[in-house]
Design a protein around this ligand. Structure first.
Ligand SMILES: [Zn+2]
Length: 196
């Protein structure tokens, strides 16, 4: 029997299963779940672990005590996670899946079936989100206009810059020599959090 502190592959797996409150490797070996069941169980276990950890953190940190951590925070966590993944390019879109499964998976967006589901499509182009996006685009345009940005309409109407403003508005590609103030970054960020 290995010590719990050792770093072998099997010990790491055992620790992971224990951390996420999942069945032991032996139980999984005895009755292996189907791929779908395992995927759902894993996602739910990771979510529950993340929420439990946040709740513990909130209890320990006085400044976080006033946060409503029931539904709103769970939603915020998921949103923050989605945005972080979109920003780092680790959010799994059809186009990403297709890269690794060339023959088995189509990169086409499963919501609209019009073009590959890449980041720009997901955030700025998918027609199934047009209604929500148009409202948000108008607010983002107003926000940029109030900050004195040049050509705010071009920025929000161009799919690439719209996507970039949402995932990270500090990038040079959407600033064209303009140095955004902290207040401006914060206002765009607040709006972006409502959108994604
Ligand atoms: Zn689509």
């Amino acid at each position: 029997m290995k010590l719990p502190t050792d770093h072998s592959f099997f010990s790491s797996i055992r620790r992971l299963l224990h951390t996420y409150n999942l069945p032991t490797a032996y139980q999984l070996f005895e009755s292996p779940p189907s791929k779908e069941v395992w995927k759902a169980k894993l996602n739910s276990a990771v979510d529950q672990h993340a929420i439990a950890t946040w709740k513990e953190d909130i209890q320990e940190k006085p400044s976080l005590r006033y946060i409503q951590y029931r539904c709103p925070l769970c939603r915020d966590i998921l949103r923050a996670e989605t945005r972080a993944k979109l920003l780092t390019g680790t959010y799994t879109l059809q186009a990403n899946i297709a890269v690794f499964n060339q023959y088995a998976v189509s990169p086409t967006c499963t919501l609209c079936n019009t073009e590959p589901e890449c980041r720009v499509h997901f955030i700025a182009k998918c027609p199934t989100s047009n209604a929500v996006r148009d409202k948000y685009r108008a607010r983002l345009h107003e926000c940029l206009r109030l900050q004195g940005r040049e050509e705010p309409l071009e920025l929000v109407n161009n799919a690439d810059s719209f996507k970039q403003l949402i995932v990270d508005s500090t990038q040079p590609s959407v600033n064209n020599g303009h140095l955004p103030s902290e207040k401006e970054i914060e206002s765009i960020d607040l709006l972006s959090r409502e959108y994604i």
